[in-house]
Design a protein around this ligand. Structure first.
Ligand code: GTP
Length: 529
């Protein structure tokens, strides 16, 4: 688990996925708390506008009834009829066909003292009756007549009035004062017409408006009722409006079932945008990951592999060219790393040089001499060859220092070192400063006699240098004593140790010193066979 999160790619993927989820959550929250309320508010306005449209259609219907009732009420014959001056009016006008043609189920004439003068209409059994208001056959209309009478007595401000009626059946009422056509005389009574909201009438309204509506009467006890909207399903909603109606306390309830396609279409558009946005975000995530992999992670892994190679294998691994030639930050990192590595390699070689060489003469030091002697002995072991060594010591060097000074002593040592280097410049031959004024020479693949000859050559070469040494008891110039030893390791039962050979060379040097100095002595090496 820990290693999964230590991966840059996994962490980046996780971070991007988190950002993606947050973005989607933000979109959903915006949809829920910003867009959905706007869409619902828009739907409310749409429902209200549809109700207004339905009400305008109903107003148009009451307008028709108003004009109809005015036509009759402002007819001179009607005026004379309610005054009792035209009894033939009944037979000429008030019969069943007339009401059917006019879509009415009741006509009531009120006399000027607000008493029902004549009633014509269809009773509960749908039989046409026409009678004086006080006669029993018209008792079926008593309730509605008394309702209209109370309206007239309550004082009507306008000339013509329309109302909705809820009982005994849903109807609309139109009333008008009865006037004489062209004389400016007071009205003589009232004419009321009642038109039922028949199935045919409702169907016609539905066709005209295109709105699916139902009508019902409600006794709300005079309460103020406001519009309401109920969302029945994702595709349908029901908008309701209460219209003033008679008798008092009643309302005509208009319920319109409306489609929700506006809301659905907007929602669908938003969903579409949401899906596309999500898709684009996911594609962006994938593209970013691919770019991250190609531009950053892959070169970083290559870089990491290279540094592992440096640790595990060798220091000679080459920094991949692809990394060095990049122009971005990874390229800068690779180049800086390369510079650091080169600097480190230079420091390393310098340290190696310092650790293996003598700083005064530049010759190899004892450490390097011992290493190379050991290698030479190993090789000679397999090749069955011999290895020779010389030990060279400056004669009376203390006296030289005392006489010429330490600085001159140093210069003398440097001159001797150069001389020895010149004498032993063959392959694998090595001259080392192994002590203060003591030098050692490694001569691989060389016998004791040849090495002794070379030692003699060196001794004479030093003499030829003719470095003045007035404090010496052996000569007027600087001289050296040389001890020579050689061994053939292949002849030995056990491996020959470097110290073993050097002990013999030291022994020979000691012999040369005892022999009066400025001479060469060699030592025979006896091996355990
Ligand atoms: N100038 C100089 N002197 C050194 C250096 N290293 C050692 N010496 C001197 O070399 C001298 C060696 O003296 P000894 O060991 O007594 O040997 P010697 O005087 O040469 O006598 P024999 O070896 O017996 O001939 C000492 O005085 C050291 O101070 C060096 O790097 N520079």
């Amino acid at each position: 688990m820990k290693s999964a999160f230590s991966s840059l790619r996994n962490r980046f993927l996780l971070a991007l996925a988190g950002v993606l989820c947050l973005a989607l959550l933000a979109l959903v929250l915006v949809a829920r708390y910003q867009i959905a309320p706007i869409l619902l508010e828009d739907e409310n306005r749409y429902a209200s506008a549809e109700l207004d449209r339905a009400v305008r259609a109903l107003d148009s219907e009451t307008g028709h009834l108003k004009r109809l009732v005015e036509d009759w009420a402002w007819w001179d014959d009607s005026y004379e009829f309610v005054r009792g001056e035209r009894p033939e009016y009944i037979d000429s006008n008030l019969y069943g066909d007339t009401l059917e043609t006019l879509d009415l189920n009741l006509m009531v004439y009120f006399s000027s003292d607000n008493q029902p003068y004549w009633i014509a209409g269809f009773n509960d059994d749908d039989e046409f009756t026409s009678c004086s208001g006080k006669q029993p056959p018209c008792n079926w209309a008593i309730n509605i007549v008394s309702l209209l009478k109370s309206k007239i007595e309550g004082g009507l401000e306008e000339d013509t009035h329309t109302w909705w009626l809820t009982t005994p059946e849903l109807s609309m009422i139109g009333m008008s004062p009865i006037y004489l056509h062209d004389d400016d005389v007071p009205p003589s009574g009232w004419l009321a017409m009642v038109r039922p909201l028949s199935a045919e009438w409702i169907e016609q309204i539905l066709n005209t408006t295109g709105i699916d509506m139902t009508f019902s009467g409600k006794d709300v006890g005079g309460e103020l009722m406001s519009d309401s909207l109920e969302r029945l399903s994702p595709t349908k909603m029901q908008a309701s409006r209460y219209l003033d109606a008679l008798p008092a306390g009643n309302k005509l309830l208009l319920e319109a079932t409306l489609p929700r396609q506006r809301y659905q279409a907007s929602l669908e558009t938003f969903r579409f945008a949401l899906y596309w946005t999500s898709g684009v975000l996911v594609v962006t995530l994938i593209v970013v990951l691919v770019l991250l992999e190609r531009m950053i992670l892959r070169p970083l892994r290559q870089f990491a592999r290279f540094t592992q190679q440096l640790q595990n294998q060798s220091n000679t691994s080459v920094t991949p060219v692809g990394l060095l030639t990049r122009h971005d930050e990874i390229g800068i990192l690779a180049r800086e790393f390369q510079h650091l590595r080169e600097h480190q390699q230079r420091q390393q070689s310098l340290l190696l040089e310092l650790s293996q060489h003598d700083h005064l003469t530049g010759l190899a030091n004892r450490r390097l001499f011992d290493e190379r002697l050991s290698q030479a002995l190993d090789e000679a072991q397999w090749e069955r060859g011999s290895v020779a060594t010389l030990m060279v010591d400056v004669d009376y060097f203390k006296a030289y220092n005392d006489h010429y000074g330490h600085q001159a002593g140093d210069e003398c040592l440097v001159a001797l070192a150069k001389c020895m280097d010149r004498c032993f410049s063959g392959p694998d031959q090595l001259v080392a400063r192994t002590g203060g004024e003591e030098f050692s020479v490694l001569l691989p693949r060389m016998s004791l006699s040849t090495a002794t000859e070379h030692a003699e050559t060196l001794r004479m070469a030093v003499e030829r240098l003719a470095l003045p040494h007035v404090a010496s008891s052996v000569a007027s110039s600087v001289t050296v004593s040389i001890g020579v030893a050689a061994v053939t390791p292949g002849l030995s039962r056990d491996p020959v140790e470097p110290s073993f050979l050097m002990r013999h060379a030291d022994k020979a040097l000691y012999a040369a010193k005892r022999a009066g100095r400025n001479c060469v002595q060699h030592s025979e090496v006896e091996l355990q066979r």
